[in-house]
Design a protein around this ligand. Structure first.
Ligand code: DX5
Ligand code: ZN
Length: 217
């Protein structure tokens, strides 16, 4: 199974998002970072903009909610047609109920963990989720350096997935480049978010192909 590459539009030109989507035709999905300036110290956009992106995007939307109170807001992104909706474990009141609400609305349910958040409490509930996002930087900004200290968490997740047979994708987000992607792939990641490594390249589609090749090297 080749690595899934989901470019993050956080590093794209926000004045031309529709045409930016045309530069990543080789991607598996487009990663959409929603930030509320409360859960993280940065602000992007919300449901109205994501809904419009969904309408014009040739790629599925992989929505990453870095917001407080996802229990209230996340289902709306699923209703808008997002392929996957990932909320943060640190912010959710009722993660299992929320994951079920997302699935009922036709989206893949994702759970995200900040670098300092332990994975153990979630290992016994992997069946409730379709993907787990291990943050490999502190969420909030693109262009930060990959944190190798998060890899043991990924290894534990990959072991649990193998042991239980759960059908769960393991995603990493933050500092993924042609240099770091193999480390994450070897630890068990199968889905890779990359912002600056894709959109800062002259030809983003070439960067996507390069990342996919580096993950398999
Ligand atoms: C960071 C976001 C990421 C970000 C990654 O909080 O969740 O999706 O865009 O950017 P890079 O790949 O540049 O680290
Ligand atoms: Zn993200």
């Amino acid at each position: 199974m080749p690595a899934r590459i989901n470019p993050s539009i956080l590093s794209a030109d926000f004045a031309n998002l529709e045409s930016e989507l045309g530069r990543i035709r080789g991607a598996d999905a487009v990663h959409v970072d929603i930030m509320d300036n409360h859960f993280v110290p940065n602000l992007t956009f919300g449901l109205q903009m994501a809904t419009r992106l969904q309408q014009v995007s040739p790629l599925p939307l992989d929505v990453h909610l870095m917001i407080d109170d996802p229990d209230r807001w996340a289902p709306g992104y699923a209703e808008a047609g997002a392929f996957s909706v990932t909320f943060h474990a640190e912010a959710a009141q009722e993660p299992i109920a929320l994951a079920r609400a997302l699935r009922e609305r036709g989206a893949r349910a994702g759970l995200a963990l900040k670098p300092g958040t332990p994975v153990e409490p979630y290992l016994e509930m992997l069946d409730e989720f379709d993907q787990i996002l291990v943050m490999t930087v502190e969420p909030g900004f693109g262009g930060q350096s990959f944190m190798p200290s998060t890899m043991p968490k990924l290894t534990r997740l990959a072991d649990a997935v193998r042991r239980t047979g759960a059908d769960v994708w393991l995603q990493v987000d933050g500092g993924i480049t042609a240099e770091t992607i193999l480390v994450a792939a070897e630890a068990g990641a199968d889905t890779f978010v990359a912002g600056s490594a894709v959109f800062n390249a002259d030809v983003p589609d070439d960067a996507i192909a390069g990342l996919r090749a580096a993950a398999a090297s």
